[in-house]
Design a protein around this ligand. Structure first.
Ligand SMILES: *Cc1c(COP(=O)(O)O)cnc(C)c1O
Length: 406
């Protein structure tokens, strides 16, 4: 990763230490920036790591329990259970609902593969469905079209930090006697009609992968729920079904959140409202700047503008995504200007080798397939300066105004 930003000290200098001559390229804009770029935060977190190491208690215990209490309070729900990853959170949530072989689970194909993998991991089958062309998210209409006798659960994904229109999905699920698990791995802290994501379905699943809105120093995850029986089942499953020591009540697994990660996450949770506010502000600034992105050059749109602008929306901008048929040219154009970009995700789940066995070939889920070829994620992260955001926006605008694409 290219390291830039305040941690680097002084701005760019020439070999003799003097100021950079005029006309020199400015520092690159990275795709994201991790904790080491903030020296104060880095010291604080290293202190937490030291404290855990000195106590020598690495599994469960005080840091995990405190984090769980604080994360449940933050999500405005009763229980949070720390687990080893977002994928494990989804799998344990499914197991808590006793979903397994013979069952189908509706999953939007426009997601990270983990949403489907968790379904496969418990022996059930993902029923991959397409997303709405405007919000790029799953809708109740699609769910209704895909209800089938074996379908026992739906996993709406709050993708990119945008919130799914949940109420009609929950209503439909209740009528049909099926469960809703929210995949909130990209939307920590977002609100849907005033409620925190993860507090609305039977269970909510979060990932603390380092680049997520709340990121650990490695892997981690959590499950949120307001149903005490589900909370208890997940607690048993994540640690060998054990309660008390060496009394194994159910066949579980090792999927605990590490005490080290919990200690890091507690500190970062205290800053999450602030860092999400920064993401929202940067997201709004980029949207405003790019609203006028029409010129002689390639067509370019904000990718899930409908989800950001919906009445129920509260986009926390895990990612800022645009779409253009000239995606590769856009990425090359940005790269030449020192601006990083990424694609989330270039291959829809049903077209990966891993899910070829489902037999859904090309043109089966056309919206997601088209998106996969056109989307481009631009840099957005807490600590991004207004000047950096402006440079990103200007580079994109230049691209759309260029009469000829090279
Ligand atoms: C990151 C992510 C996951 C998986 O989380 P891990 O912690 O990487 O296992 C699941 N779903 C979505 C939408 C994600 O973005």
């Amino acid at each position: 990763m290219v390291r830039v930003g305040p941690a680097g000290g002084a701005g760019p200098t020439s070999a003799d230490g003097g100021p950079e001559p005029a006309g020199e390229d400015p520092a690159p804009v990275p795709f994201t920036r991790l904790d080491f770029a903030d020296p104060e935060l880095l010291e604080e977190l290293l202190g937490e790591v030291r404290a855990v190491a000195e106590r020598g208690a690495f599994t469960l215990g005080e840091p995990v329990e405190s984090f769980e209490r604080e994360f449940a309070a933050y999500c405005e729900t009763d229980h949070a259970i720390g687990v080893s990853s977002g994928t494990e959170a989804l799998a344990l949530a499914l197991r808590a609902l006793e979903i397994g072989p013979g069952d189908e689970v509706i999953v939007p194909v426009n997601s990270f593969i983990a949403t489907a993998e968790a379904v496969s991991a418990v022996g059930a089958t993902p029923r991959l469905v397409d997303v709405d062309p405007d919000s790029h998210l799953i809708t109740a209409e699609t769910v209704a079209e895909n209800l089938a006798p074996n379908v026992r659960c739906i996993i709406p994904v709050h993708l990119f930090g945008a919130t799914v229109e949940l109420d009609p999905i929950i209503e439909l699920a209740q009528e049909s006697g099926i469960h809703v698990i929210e995949d909130a791995c990209q939307a920590h802290g977002a609100r849907y009609r005033g409620r925190r994501v993860g507090s609305i379905g039977a269970l909510g699943c979060f990932s603390f992968y380092p680049t997520k809105n709340l990121g650990a120093w490695g892997d981690g995850g959590a499950i949120t729920t307001s149903v005490p029986e589900l909370a208890e089942r997940v607690q048993l499953l994540r640690a060998h079904g054990e309660r008390p020591r060496y009394h194994h009540r159910v066949v579980g697994t090792t999927a605990r959140l590490d005490a080290l990660q919990a200690a890091v996450l507690r500190r970062k949770l205290a800053r999450l409202e602030e860092s999400n506010a920064e993401r929202r502000r940067l997201g709004a600034a980029l949207r405003n700047s790019l609203a006028s992105a029409t010129g002689a050059g390639p067509r370019l749109e904000l990718a899930n503008a409908a989800a950001a602008e919906a009445e129920h929306a509260d986009h926390v901008y895990h990612l800022f995504v645009v779409r253009t048929p000239a995606r590769e040219e856009l990425r090359a154009h940005l790269s030449e200007r020192g601006i990083a970009s990424a694609v989330h995700y270039p291959i829809p789940i049903h077209l990966t080798d891993a899910y070829a066995h489902l037999g859904l070939g090309p043109v089966s889920l056309p919206v997601s397939e088209r998106l996969a070829g056109e989307i481009c994620s631009l840099p957005i992260f807490p600590g991004m300066s207004d000047a950096e955001a402006q440079r990103v926006a200007q580079a994109v605008l230049d691209f759309t105004q260029a009469a000829q694409v090279v």
